[in-house]
Write a protein that binds this ligand. Structure first.
Ligand code: ADP
Ligand code: MG
Length: 271
């Protein structure tokens, strides 16, 4: 399903945080949302999964305004995986992932064999099957993050929102997570800090700066040293094989020596 943000403005605490943002995630694509801390990525995503209502503009999924869906319809349309989930962790991993099936259950209905099959498959795909009977509260940050992805997958929504999905994951699980979400064939919108993940796994990237869309397009065209410098104020360059280039980062040259005490440098020059 296609997701369209049309001139979306979101205000929080009486202040506009996102200003007239327009962007489209084509059906089945992975869109990376990048930008510095505080640029409005989470706020934009929250408007999509209805944690906040835009002050102006529309967010449509397959042409339907998400803020006009019922709670149940919305939960069958958009699933979310957050960076630091505040969930009831007084549950086993299996019970937590089963919550993903709630939008499909009749009130007081029992889990069906189909629900259990979907939950098992979701847990297997993110490598948490062996944690099934563990209490969620006892998991490491990375394990918990994968469990939350399993729950979102079990929700079987056409749209998946990920807010910094990989910040607790080890490098192997980061790469696995991105290739899992790529392979889903669902529409994925992910706020990413790791520009190399965006470069490698996204079909399209959108750069937010101060709550505005500053640039968007194919990752290799957008994630250039110039744009990265302008957006994040760091030096970047592409290194490695031409078909597998990765970005390497450094602080701007002018700032690199500020950790060396200037007095001792002066002294050593004199002596
Ligand atoms: P990002 O995810 O890109 O780091 P956020 O969307 O979390 O950015 O935040 C964007 C801006 O909105 C920040 O300046 C932040 O302080 C502000 N903000 C976030 N939540 C609230 C809130 N509930 N009330 C007021 N301001 C908020
Ligand atoms: Mg954020």
């Amino acid at each position: 399903m296609k997701v369209e943000f049309d001139d979306v403005t979101v205000a929080l605490g009486g202040r506009d945080i996102v200003h007239g943002a327009s962007l489209t995630a084509e059906s089945g694509t992975v869109v990376g949302l990048i930008g510095p801390n505080g640029s409005g990525k989470s706020t934009l995503l929250r408007a999509l999964y209805r944690a906040v209502r835009p002050r102006e503009g529309r967010i449509r999924v397959d042409g339907t305004d998400v803020h006009r869906l019922s709670g149940r319809q919305s939960a069958r349309t958009v699933a979310v995986m957050l960076q630091d989930p505040h969930t009831d962790f007084d549950l086993t991993v299996h019970e937590l992932v089963l919550l993903g099936r709630a939008p499909y259950r009749a009130s007081f209905g029992r889990d069906t064999a189909e629900d259990l099959r979907i939950v098992d498959e979701a847990m297997r795909s993110v490598d948490v099957s062996d944690l099934a009977e563990r209490m969620a509260a006892t998991l490491s940050g990375g394990q918990r993050q994968r469990v939350m992805l399993a729950r979102a997958l079990a929700q079987q929504t056409p749209v998946l929102v990920l807010d910094e999905p990989s910040n607790h994951l080890d490098i192997r699980h980061q790469l696995e997570l991105m290739s899992i979400v790529r392979g889903l064939g669902r529409t994925v919108i992910a706020a990413l800090h790791d520009l190399n993940l965006a470069l490698q796994y996204c079909d399209h990237v959108v750069v937010l700066a101060d709550g505005r869309v500053a640039a968007e397009g194919p990752p290799s065209e957008i994630l250039t040293p110039d744009l990265i410098r302008a957006t994040f104020d760091v030096d970047a360059r592409l290194v490695g094989d031409p078909d597998e280039e990765v970005l390497a980062f450094r602080r701007p040259k002018a700032e690199r020596h500020d950790c060396v005490p200037s007095t001792s440098r002066t002294e050593s020059v004199r002596s």
